[in-house]
Structures are given as structure tokens and as C-alpha cells.
Design a protein around this ligand. Structure first.
Ligand code: HOC
Length: 387
């Protein structure tokens, strides 16, 4: 069944990528219940159709931290995105910039910050994890500043890794991982040629830059394993503030009390997110969590939302439920893997068209016009009941 353009790109990406890489992007944690609910719950949010309202002029433009966005979408930080196409982060950043929206570089990218920032004429956003190695965190923050980054997304829902059984099966992790990955790469020569590795493993730009030596996937997995930091607390925000004076967005908020704490600790924004269902399986979908969080903190800081966004309709739904901007992750990764920059550009065009149709038929001329009034109230009410 075709649900959206990203479904088509997903199928194409599945054919093109070695399984360990496809499943790394596509998978979630444990039984992947939350991963599925993200998509299903959002799709079930019913839009309220309105007619005969002269919708001849329509604007998708919005503003965040003084930055103009052609539509309320930013590309989410995705670890290892540069393995999905040659210099993948550069290609995706170019597509986003040409479309007038921000691209967020993950800490664990293939391309280093300076390379991506230099490839586009709009400041990229940068995403940071809390790692035990605070020297590394400081190092990447300095590099981000030098590269002209203004907006920082600080991911806080990864004090421990989620149990990702798909990765263990596919070869992304586990003791036979290296052998499985090598065989799979050999069986996907088109991908190997496209990403330009020709049998060589990938180097992880920011990590290598810090360690002063190439960091290949194997090495990265070991380094990462030692670096998750369960001691993370709100105090870490104060530490980061010493190095960062630009807008700071806390990613991984699912509870209204945490959202209020983010306000109290001086965050400029939050991402309502369950990490795409990749961390704690069994937590609510973003669609279910967002309305209560928006009730608690709307207007006090910027609200971004991700997890489950697969179409322009989903963006409209997120905005109507209280988000200011939606982040898209898997959807752009599938397009990037299939057709590089052109694929991401095409996907963003489709998202824009879908948003235009949805706004025209819900009677919203501007992004500010989208509100709970744009939804059929029973849709939201039923979503707010525990499932
Ligand atoms: C502490 C570093 O977010 C994922 C990504 C990358 C994880 C790196 C964590 O796989 O969900």
C-alpha cells in the first residue's frame, strides 16, 4: 500500500543498501512498538476539512530564532547519514539549503562539520550528544562555532543505548558484524561505488578530527560503547551554556514536566521526540505526547517535533497539534540513499505540495493559522486516551 513518497523511497532504499545500513535507519528498539505507533498515531490524527474560503494565497514560510524557513521543516540529525550516499551529509545539506530549510548535522556524521558548513550558504544546525568524554563535546562545539553554526540541538534521550535487536541481526552490531558488513558491501557494489568506499570502511569525520586518527565503523562502535553517559542531568545544560551562546534546543522531551524544566533551565526550544522509536520501546508516540506538552509550554520556547513524520500531511498535523517546526529523519535518509541530493530535493518538493493541499483544504493560509481548530477534535481526543 502506498502511503506517501517516503514509502516509495523506503522500498528503493531497501533494494539499494546493504541490509546492515538499511535496517540501522529503518529499525527501532525492542519489538519496535513505539516506532510503529509513531507512524500510525500520526496518520490517525484527523484533519478538519473546510471549503469555499478563497485559498488563492497561501504561505508556508515561518521563522525560528530569527532564521527564515521556507516551510516549517528541518532535516533531523541522523547518525552515519554520510554512509547512505557519497558525502551524504553534504548532499542532504545542499538539498535542504536550496529549499530554504535548515539541515542538522549529527555529532556522529561521516563528513566533518567544516566540510558540510563550507558546502552550503546557510548556517547548518549542529546536534550534540552527552558523552563521558567531555573533551570531545567541547571540541565539536568549538568546531561548530568556527564553522558558523548558530543553532545547537542537544540530544538528551540517550544516556544508555536502546536495545536494537534488528542491528544485531543485520550485522550493524554483534560479534559477527564486521564479517556480515563486509559480505553485504561486496554484494552491493552499486552502493559501494556510489558512496565511494570501494572496499574501504568509512571514516567518521568529527570523531577522527578529535582523535587525530581515522575512526572507522568498527572503531566507532567500540568508542561509542564506552561513551554513553548515564550521569547526564540538567546541570550539563549549564556546562554547555559556557561554550554555547546561540539558540539551544533540547531533543528527546516526551513529558510536560520535562518540558517545563527545559524552560526553567533556559532552553530556547525542545524537540518532542522518542528518537524515532529507537530508544525506549513502549513510550508514547510523539502524536500522543505533543498536545499535552504544547499545553504546558507553548509560547515559552520553540516546540519542534519528530518521530513518525513521513509526509507533508504529517507536518501539518504536528503543527496543528502545537509544534512550530517538524524534523524529518528517516524520510530524507531513504530519499538520499535512493537518489542523493536530487532525491532529497524531490522529497522536499513533495512535502511542500502535500502541505499546500492540506492547508488549502483545512482553510489555513499561513502556518500560524494551523491550530487544534484544524483538526477534528474527536481525532485528538481519542489519541489522548492511553492505548
Ligand atoms: C551517544 C552517541 O542517534 C541513533 C543515532 C546515533 C547514536 C549515537 C549515540 O542511532 O539513533
Amino acid at each position: 500500500m502506498i502511503i506517501s513518497a517516503s514509502t516509495d523511497y523506503r522500498q528503493a532504499a531497501k533494494r539499494r543498501l546493504p541490509p546492515f545500513l538499511f535496517h540501522y535507519a529503518d529499525g527501532g528498539s525492542y519489538a519496535e512498538h513505539t516506532l510503529r505507533r509513531n507512524v500510525d498515531d500520526l496518520r490517525d490524527v484527523a484533519l478538519r476539512q473546510r471549503v469555499l474560503k478563497d485559498m488563492s494565497s497561501l504561505s508556508l514560510e515561518t521563522e525560528l530564532f530569527g532564521e527564515k524557513l521556507a516551510m516549517p521543516i528541518a532535516l533531523a540529525p541522523v547518525g552515519l547519514a554520510g554512509m547512505y550516499a557519497r558525502r551524504g551529509e553534504v548532499q542532504a545539506a545542499r538539498a535542504a539549503t536550496k529549499k530554504g530549510i535548515p539541515f542538522t548535522l549529527s555529532t556522529v556524521s561521516v563528513c566533518p562539520i567544516a566540510e558540510v558548513a563550507a558546502a552550503v550558504d546557510r548556517p547548518i544546525w549542529f546536534q550534540l550528544y552527552v558523552l563521558k568524554d567531555r573533551g570531545f563535546m567541547k571540541h565539536v562545539l568549538e568546531r561548530a562555532k568556527e564553522a558558523g553554526v548558530k543553532t545547537l540541538i542537544f540530544t538528551v534521550d540517550m544516556p544508555v543505548p536502546g536495545a536494537r535487536y534488528r542491528d544485531a541481526h543485520s550485522g550493524m552490531s554483534g560479534k559477527n558484524g564486521p564479517m556480515k558488513r563486509m559480505l553485504q558491501a561486496a554484494m552491493h557494489p552499486l552502493w559501494a561505488w556510489d558512496v565511494g568506499i570501494h572496499g574501504r570502511p568509512h571514516d567518521l569525520g568529527n570523531v577522527s578530527d578529535y582523535r587525530g586518527k581515522p575512526t572507522e565503523l568498527e572503531d566507532y562502535i567500540a568508542w561509542l560503547g564506552n561513551n554513553f553517559d548515564p550521569a547526564i542531568s540538567w546541570k550539563d545544560l549549564e556546562w554547555i551554556r559556557e561554550f554555547w551562546d546561540g539558540p539551544m534546543i533540547i531533543k528527546g522531551i516526551l513529558d510536560p514536566e520535562d518540558a517545563r524544566d527545559a524552560v526553567r533551565f533556559g532552553a530556547d526550544g525542545i524537540v518532542v521526540s522518542n528518537h524515532g522509536g529507537r530508544q525506549l520501546d513502549g513510550v508514547p508516540s510523539t502524536a500522543r505526547a505533543l498536545p499535552a506538552i504544547a499545553d504546558a509550554v507553548k509560547g515559552d520556547l520553540a516546540i519542534l517535533a519528530d518521530s513518525g513524520v513521513r509526509s507533508g500531511l504529517d507536518v501539518v498535523r504536528m503543527i496543528a497539534m502545537g509544534a512550530d517546526t517538524a524534523l524529518i529523519g528517516r524520510a530524507f535518509i531513504y530519499a538520499l540513499a535512493t537518489a542523493g541530493e536530487a532525491g532529497v530535493a524531490h522529497l522536499l518538493e513533495l512535502f511542500e505540495k502535500e502541505m499546500r493541499v492540506a492547508m488549502t483544504l483545512t482553510g489555513a493560509r499561513t502556518i500560524a493559522d494551523l491550530s487544534s481548530e484544524s483538526l477534528v477534535s474527536s481525532g485528538i481526543a481519542s489519541l489522548n486516551q492511553p492505548s
